[in-house]
Write a protein that binds this ligand. Structure first.
Ligand SMILES: [Zn+2]
Length: 297
């Protein structure tokens, strides 16, 4: 039988304090709430540590992508292609477009795609570097800081998007409630987050890409626990799916070669020779969940 223990910090979803151990993932001890099943880190980093994680260097990987023009162009091409797919989903619910706020907007590529489709866009991100890029290079009105620090008015937006954000937040229900208040009546919230209950997560164990160091991902949601969090925050869940990403074909072939040996290497070579390396392929391992929810009034 699994040993249960009490934690000083109650569950972020149901407030109970009885947990069971999940074990160590990427040097981080994880636990599961014995009442609602929400998985989180056992020891939450203090606010000062968290602030350090989200210092200027947080988007270092984006920086390196920016340095080489080819890589940058490839990333942007793929991100915008993925953005198009995600906007297709959003526009099924809100065909009239309107005001859209992307929380954790990074360099602003999702918003760039949204703007080109007629949305009035805003973004907020903790990275000063990312916000400066979105403002100056793309002309996107992005604000720097945590969502609460950004000072948006209540009842303002038709849609809020949070791509891979909610797992980083110390109090997800409070954050989603705050998001709810920024939305207009019947407004839409769309989020993605790694799915800890997915087959890939279960099969790959500690090697799963969704697991990150304690300072980065504080929570690991499933379709069930994120639904509970959204309902607690005053939303009605309309759709729950798994979503993928567009990745460059040459990158995909190289990644594949790690797993599948010579055949994939050959494929990678073929792609380089044929000059198709900017072509993208849509990959969906079904380990990232996407929730579409509507503000309840
Ligand atoms: Zn719980």
């Amino acid at each position: 039988m699994t040993t249960r223990f009490r934690n000083a910090r109650p569950c972020g979803l149901c407030q109970n304090d009885l947990f069971e151990s999940v074990g160590d993932r990427k040097l981080t001890h994880l636990c599961r709430c014995a009442t609602c099943g929400l998985v989180s880190v056992r020891h939450f980093p203090d606010p000062e540590e968290l602030r350090k994680v989200y210092s200027e260097d947080y988007f270092k990987s984006h920086d390196s992508a920016l340095m080489g023009y080819d890589d940058y162009a490839r990333d942007r091409y793929c991100i915008m292609k993925t953005a198009g797919r995600r906007l297709d989903t959003i526009e099924r619910y809100t065909p009239a477009r309107g005001r859209l706020l992307d929380v954790g907007c990074a360099l602003g590529f999702f918003l760039e795609e949204a703007r080109s489709r007629g949305w009035e866009v805003d973004g907020v991100d903790i990275s000063a570097h990312a916000v400066e890029y979105a403002n100056q290079q793309l002309g996107i009105p992005a604000r720097c800081g945590m969502l609460r620090e950004a000072g948006y008015e209540a009842d303002t937006f038709d849609v809020l998007t949070l791509w891979d954000v909610i797992e980083h937040v110390t109090d997800p229900v409070a954050e989603l409630t705050y998001c709810r208040d920024l939305l207009k009546k019947r407004g839409l919230l769309v989020l993605s987050t790694p799915d800890v209950a997915s087959l890939v997560a279960k099969m790959t164990g500690a090697r799963w890409m969704g697991f990150k160091l304690a300072e980065e991902h504080l929570y690991y949601f499933s379709k069930r626990t994120i639904s509970l969090a959204l309902e607690k925050a005053g939303f009605e869940v309309l759709e729950m799916t798994s979503i993928g990403k567009d990745v460059a074909l040459d990158f995909f072939a190289r990644r594949l070669s790690i797993y599948a040996g010579p055949a994939a290497k050959l494929l990678g070579k073929g792609i380089d020779v044929a000059g198709l390396d900017r072509a993208a392929v849509y990959v969906n391992p079904r380990d990232i969940l996407c929730a579409v929810a509507r503000r309840l009034d």
